[in-house]
Design a protein around this ligand. Structure first.
Ligand code: C2E
Ligand code: MG
Ligand code: MG
Ligand code: MG
Length: 283
């Protein structure tokens, strides 16, 4: 009996491993053809100033709609793309689509002060990124200071120095830099003065329990204070409730992003909802 159980357990584990390997393989194969098959797009989410909830920026977020797998979260396909060497192409597509959209919005008179695009450390460590970004900006004629690149703290820990060199080159071109998911990584404060950072984005894990968790409140207060003393703007991610927004505003956080204001959506839907003066609230 015991022996049989052992056999069954063993079979269970191998089945599980097999299943995971097949799943990963399926995902990888699908992702490799997703670009050619035009299954990748970008969704846009507004960022607002807390004082008046006016539109102050928009974040571009990659979306993958696979006919076979349905919509796949970037939390799954971005790490995979990094692993299999596809992040360069994906990142370039996101940047290009976001810049095209921004210049289209300029053309139709929808005023978007800033466009944020996520950058993975892998992109920063590969050659050619700075040139590629430069070419897109030249072609679209967008003022580089309206583009903000979001990187996580891992970039600051990069051992090679390539990432840091690329970030400095991008800064020299006039682009802005935000630290995404701030507070979840391991960066020391010393990095903040070494890097050309214009914004800290408080990770949504600290925002979630504001009003309930005193530790999270202390962390959020500390990040806002840090921003103030370094002269770096602070934006809170994942704001879902009035209570969270009120806390953040009271503590001096300037900007926020989250479902309370709007979800990520297609460009046309966003423009429709936000293009009137004052945005959503006046509709
Ligand atoms: P992120 O850059 O921190 O983006 C914010 C994520 O939080 C987005 O998830 C957004 O949909 C979600 N979010 C916004 N407001 C709320 C809220 O109120 N509540 C909750 N629960 N979530 C909220 P998404 O779109 O699934 O993207 C996940 C991550 O994938 C991004 O996190 C970013 O790290 C990565 N990513 C997305 N697009 C790109 C890209 O073009 N390049 C790179 N390198 N990474 C990307
Ligand atoms: Mg981001
Ligand atoms: Mg984030
Ligand atoms: Mg993230």
């Amino acid at each position: 009996q015991a022996e049989l159980q052992g056999v069954n357990q063993y079979a269970f584990y191998t089945d599980d491993m097999d299943r995971r390997m097949i799943e990963r393989q399926t995902l990888e194969t699908a992702l490799r053809s997703a670009l050619d098959r035009r299954e990748i797009s970008v969704a846009y989410q507004v960022q607002v100033t807390l004082a008046d909830e006016a539109l102050c920026g928009i974040e571009a977020l990659l979306r993958w709609e696979s006919p076979e797998l349905g919509s796949v979260s970037p939390e799954r396909f971005i790490p995979l793309a990094e692993e299999i060497g596809l992040i360069g192409e994906l990142g370039e597509l996101a940047f290009r689509l976001a810049c095209n959209q921004l210049s289209e919005w300029d053309r139709v008179g929808f005023r978007v002060p800033r466009m944020s695009v996520n950058l993975s450390i892998h992109e920063l460590e590969q050659g050619g990124l700075v040139e590629r970004i430069g070419r897109v900006l030249d072609r679209t004629g967008i003022d580089p200071s309206r583009i903000e690149l979001e990187v996580t703290e891992s970039v600051l820990m990069s051992q090679t120095g390539d990432a840091l060199a690329a970030l400095n080159a991008l800064r020299d071109m006039g682009l802005r830099l935000a630290i995404d998911d701030f507070g979840t990584g391991y960066s020391s404060l010393a990095y903040l003065k070494r890097l050309p950072v214009q914004r800290l984005k408080i990770d949504r894990s600290f925002v979630k329990d504001l009003g309930r968790d005193l530790n999270d409140e202390s962390i959020v207060r500390a990040i806002i204070g840090l921003g103030r003393s370094f002269g770096i703007a602070v934006l809170a991610e994942g704001v879902e409730t009035r209570k969270q927004a009120a806390f953040l505003g009271r503590e001096g956080c300037q900007e926020a992003q989250g479902y309370l204001f709007d979800r990520p959506m297609g460009a046309a839907a966003l423009a429709k909802r936000w293009s009137t003066p004052g945005g959503l609230r006046s509709r």
